[in-house]
Design a protein around this ligand. Structure first.
Ligand code: HEM
Ligand code: HEM
Length: 135
C-alpha cells in the first residue's frame, strides 16, 4: 500500500509538471520565435509538442487532481495527515478552481484569475519540492 501511495504521489507531481510545461514551451517559443520558425527541423516537432501541451493542459491538471485524491486517501489512512502534503493539495485544488473560473466564467486569458493561476503554479512548485524533500 505504501508503494502505491508513493507512486500516486509521483504521478501527481508528474501531471502537475505536464500541466505547467505549456507555460515554458510558450515562453521559449515567443522568445525564440524567428529561430524556431526558420528551422524546419525544429519548427514542426516544437510547435507540435507545444500544441499538444496546450490542448491537454486542463486534462493533465484534472488527472493530477484525481491522483492526488487517491494519494491523499492512502497516505491519510496509512500514515495520518501530512502538513506539507496538505498545503500542496490545497494549492492544487485552488489551481483547478482558478483554471475552471478562467475557462467557464471569465473566458479570457487576462485579469485576476490568470495572474493568480500563474502565481499558484509557482507556489505549487515550491510546495511540492518542500513536500517531496520533507524539508
Ligand atoms: C499536490 C499534492 C501532493 C503531491 C504532488 C505529493 C507528492 C508526493 C510524492 C512524490 C511522494 C513520494 C516522496 C518519496 O518518494 O520520498 C509523497 C509522499 C508522501 N505524501 Fe504526498 N503529495 C501531495 C499531497 C499529499 C497530501 C495531501 C498528503 C496528506 C495525507 C500527503 C502525504 C504523503 C506522505 C505521508 C508521504 C510519505 C512521506 C514519507 O515517506 O515520509 N501528500 N507525496
Ligand atoms: C496542475 C495544475 C495546473 C497548472 C500548474 C497550471 C498552470 C498554468 C499556467 C502557468 C498558465 C499560464 C500559461 C501562460 O502564461 O501562457 C495556465 C493557463 C491556463 N490554464 Fe492552467 N494550470 C493547471 C490546471 C488548470 C486546470 C485544471 C484548468 C481548467 C480547468 C486550467 C485552465 C487554464 C487556462 C484556460 C489557461 C489559459 C489558456 C492557456 O494558456 O492555455 N489550468 N495554467
Amino acid at each position: 500500500m505504501n508503494k502505491l501511495g508513493e507512486l500516486l504521489g509521483w504521478l501527481t507531481a508528474i501531471f502537475y509538471g505536464a500541466s505547467a510545461i505549456s507555460f515554458f514551451l510558450k515562453a521559449i517559443y515567443h522568445r525564440y520565435a524567428s529561430t524556431i520558425k526558420n528551422s524546419l527541423h525544429i519548427n514542426r516537432p516544437y510547435t507540435g509538442l507545444m500544441k499538444f501541451a496546450i490542448r491537454y493542459h486542463r486534462l493533465f491538471g484534472g488527472i493530477a487532481l484525481v491522483t492526488l485524491a487517491a494519494h491523499f486517501y492512502i497516505q491519510l489512512t496509512t500514515r495520518g495527515l501530512n502538513i506539507s502534503g496538505a498545503f500542496a493539495a490545497g494549492l492544487l485544488v485552488l489551481q483547478a478552481i482558478l483554471g475552471a473560473v478562467g475557462t467557464y466564467l471569465v473566458k479570457v486569458r487576462k485579469g485576476l484569475w490568470f495572474y493568480l493561476h500563474r502565481v499558484t503554479a509557482l507556489l505549487l512548485f515550491i510546495a511540492i519540492i518542500f513536500h517531496v524533500l520533507k524539508i
